[in-house]
Design a binder for this molecule. Structure first.
Ligand SMILES: Cc1cc2nc3c(=O)[nH]c(=O)nc-3n(C[C@H](O)[C@H](O)[C@H](O)COP(=O)(O)OP(=O)(O)OC[C@H]3O[C@@H](n4cnc5c(N)ncnc54)[C@H](O)[C@@H]3O)c2cc1C
Length: 458
């Protein structure tokens, strides 16, 4: 199109803005639209034409590039109204831009908490459906799909579909984990969890090796709704995989005063740190201190520190500086899980690829969509600062993950190749068939979808 093209004059206005995921890089100049509802999105679709593709964006908490697209990004954060709530059943319907923070603020005082939540509350319902996020209770309750009763999807042809386990079932499952590529989620209906208190009873245990950690999980996981462990990724030899297991259950309570969340003022990282601030030595010091500080014992704490410890520091991603970082999260199937986790940790430890945050959890065996991530087994999540050789290093890790029958989480992926992705997600064809039906003109695309060959060419 040329600037004199009348079609361009009629097109909805976009702001040009550099956008990245939570990992700070890669940064892409995107045309950003802020529609207030379905009619405005339909207008965007009409003007998409052959030149322009679109992708949805929530709060940009996916780490890599699934919510960026040079050709057009549709921000859903203005669509943030609650549409219905039943106090007796805990069923809520809200627009896709409503965040977990909004849900908790509105519904926890009435005794309802998200039944599945990721490790930050600054995530929208649309983003949670698109990634089919999981929480610390996956071993017991499965991923987000288990509490999604239905959602409304505006397809790339402008059709409005209600999707559930009984209605438009294949679109329901393709959208859960489909990273925004089946259309625009407008609203979501969720089953919340009844709780009596805003606090969590927590049991911690320090364990000295990976084998001891897995044994501890096997013995105790079923006794707790939530279970997760922090791992010291730099420990080697007999101490490889040592860490601290944190398990929790909603505390009992008596009503209103127990449901009031404790107010904590969040701190913020005001600027990007220089790159010397984070190096293998500072990470080693952090890991050693953290391990020594967290002993075994019981305590009660607010839901915030338990579920969302990193939310206490806004923009904590700036600690990694402008070069950014990746979070690498593979899952390994049960039978080969321990060997896969060990192989990844050994490689990280040998390469001194530092990570403040390494988290290990068990996953259960609930159903997922064709691009769904979880499988019964073990999942590890590790932060790594970007720097020379990181891409090749990640590809070496990918090979280990594939070798052990695992796959990498798309909400964290930033560097996977299309071949690796196709090998890790064998139901890709099924997803692409549904997509071709919903999006014959190829309206939806993201930087990630092009890189992974889910749509078009890179
Ligand atoms: C500190 C931290 C902790 C985290 N912990 C976990 C965890 O424990 N478990 C876990 O599973 N994830 C975790 N995540 C990842 C996060 O939950 C997911 O990346 C989630 O998708 C982010 O939601 P968002 O609203 O920010 O979406 P964005 O990052 O903006 O977008 C993510 C995807 O959702 C799509 N999307 C967004 N809105 C819509 C919509 N309305 N319609 C269609 N598609 C849409 C986008 O196209 C994109 O593909 C964590 C992230 C951070 C930063």
């Amino acid at each position: 199109m040329t600037p004199t093209d009348p079609q361009l004059d009629a097109a909805p206005r976009a702001d040009l803005q550099p956008l990245a995921g939570w990992g700070v890089q890669p940064r892409v100049d995107c045309a950003v639209y802020r529609p207030s509802g379905a009619a405005a999105i339909r207008e965007l679709i009409e003007h998409a034409g052959a030149q322009r593709t679109l992708i949805s964006r929530g709060l940009g908490r996916s780490y890599g590039d699934p919510a960026t697209n040079a050709q057009g990004v549709v921000l859903h954060t203005a669509m943030d109204r609650f549409l219905a709530f039943d106090d007796t059943t805990g069923v809520v319907t809200a627009e896709a831009g409503v965040s977990f923070a909004d849900l908790i603020e509105a519904l926890l005082p009435r005794g309802w908490f998200p039944a599945v939540t990721p490790g930050t509350k600054f995530v929208t319902l649309g983003g949670a459906v698109a990634a089919d996020v999981h929480g610390k209770n996956h071993h017991r309750d499965g991923s987000f799909n288990t509490c999604v009763l239905s959602f409304d999807l505006l397809t790339p042809t402008g059709e409005h579909l209600t999707c559930s386990r009984d209605e438009n079932t294949d679109v329901f499952w393709a959208t859960l984990g489909g990273m925004g590529l089946t259309g625009f989620i407008l609203a979501v209906t969720l089953q919340m969890l009844k709780v009596m208190s805003a606090r969590i009873d927590v049991q911690t245990a320090r364990v000295g090796s990976l084998d001891a950690m897995l044994e501890h999980f096997a013995k105790t996981d079923d006794d707790h709704r939530y279970s997760v462990s922090w791992i010291d990724c730099l420990a080697r030899g007999a101490k490889l995989g040592r860490g601290v297991v944190m398990q929790g259950t909603h505390a009992p309570g008596n009503g209103e005063s127990d449901l009031r969340p404790a107010r904590r003022r969040a701190k913020t990282v005001p600027f990007h740190f220089p790159k010397q601030a984070l190096n293998a030595l500072s990470v080693k010091a952090f890991n050693t201190t953290y391990y020594a500080k967290h002993g075994s014992g019981r305590h009660t704490e607010g839901f915030g520190p338990f579920f969302y410890p990193l939310d206490a520091v806004h923009h904590w991603n700036r600690v990694y500086g402008r070069r950014g970082f990746v979070q690498y999260q593979p899952v390994f199937p049960e039978q080969d899980g321990a060997a896969g986790v060990r192989a990844v940790i050994e490689k990280l430890s040998a390469a001194k690829r530092s990570s403040f945050l390494a988290v290990l959890k068990r996953m259960g065996g609930q159903p997922v969509g064709p691009l769904g991530f979880p499988m019964a087994g073990l999942t590890l999540a590790v932060d790594m600062p970007r720097g020379p050789g990181l891409r090749d290093f990640l590809h070496e890790l990918d090979a280990i993950v594939l070798d052990h029958g695992g796959r990498v989480y798309l909400a964290k992926d930033a560097e996977m190749t299309a071949d690796t992705f196709a090998a890790m997600y064998p139901r890709l064809n099924e997803f692409q068939q549904i997509r071709r039906r919903l999006d014959p003109a190829g309206v939806m695309a993201s930087t990630q979808a092009r890189r992974l060959g889910i749509v078009g060419a890179p």
